[in-house]
Design a protein around this ligand. Sequence first.
Ligand SMILES: [Cu+2]
Length: 141
Amino acid sequence: MSGMSGQAIEVKLDSTHEVPQPNVGSSSPTGTASFTPSGTSISYKLTASGLSSPVTVAHIHSGPPGKAGPVIVPLTISAGSDPSTASGEGSFDASAIKATPDGNKMSWSDVIAGLQSGSLYVNIHTQNNKPGEIRGQVGMQ
Ligand SMILES: [Cu+2]
C-alpha cells in the first residue's frame, strides 16, 4: 500500500505458523487480525476460533517468519461466551510501543513500515499455549 491511512491490513492467524510449535490436540485454531492506520493511531480488530483453551493475551511481536521475537504492542482480547473463541478491538498510538529486552524501541514510523513489510506478527496466547497458539505475519498475505 502506498499511503498511511485508510486501507485495512488483513492478517490470517493459525497454529502451523506458530513458533515454537504449540500443542493444540485435535483443535484447528484460526484467527484474523485487521489493522487500519489513520495518522497517529492504528485501529484493529481481532478474532479467534477453535482455540484449544481460553485466550490469555494478544500482542504484535517483532520477528521474521519462523522466529519468535519480542512484544512490540499489546492488543486487547477476551474470550467469547464459547471459550474456544475470542475477540478484541481497539486502537493504539506511539505511546503503546514497548521497548524490547535489548533496550531498543521501535519508532512509530518503524511500526507503520513493519506492518507493511512482514517484519511484525500477531500472536494470540492461550492457557495451554502460553508462548502462543496462533500466529500471523503482518503484511505478507
Ligand atoms: Cu505475545
